[in-house]
Design a protein around this ligand. Structure first.
Ligand SMILES: [Zn+2]
Length: 148
């Protein structure tokens, strides 16, 4: 079943696992196009499948390497964890912080996280549902703790 989480335009910078040391590295690549010019002259919104390979430049502050590399999303995502049988991934640390904060908050308003609003809108309810909350809190906290 396809979900909105599978169709997501990548930001131009996000976190990946360093190909050398597996710490967090910054990856730069053009964002997917969001509109397509139609022969009729109109514009059509493109549904970009997030599961694909991307070529870009990585820069790792842990081991100091940088260069051109190909990543496969979400396999090479730095922020990823299995939560109750489904793979959670995030573009960056802020997305994880926002998700954890949202899951634990009482009033649960996605608009409280303007930086990660788009991410939270795409996130399947599986990761933020009350019944998966204990596992989500545990895994997201661990994700944040593993990063310097
Ligand atoms: Zn590295």
């Amino acid at each position: 079943m396809s979900h909105i989480y599978d169709y997501f335009t990548n930001p131009s910078e996000f976190s990946v696992m360093c190909p050398k040391c597996e710490n967090e590295a910054l990856f730069e690549t053009p964002s997917d196009p969001i509109e397509k010019q139609m022969p009729s002259g109109g514009l059509r919104i493109i549904r970009n499948n997030v599961h694909k390979k991307r070529i870009g430049l990585y820069k790792c502050s842990s081991c100091g390497t940088q260069g051109k590399t190909t990543i496969s999303w979400p396999n090479d995502a730095y922020y990823k964890a299995e939560i109750k049988g489904k793979l959670f991934w995030a573009w960056n640390r802020d997305n994880v912080i926002a998700t954890l904060s949202f899951v634990t908050s009482k009033h649960r308003d996605k608009k409280d996280y303007p930086e990660s609003l788009k991410f939270l809108m795409h996130l399947p309810s599986h990761f933020i549902s009350a019944k998966n909350r204990p596992d989500a809190i545990k895994k997201l906290t661990k994700l944040l703790g593993n990063s310097a």
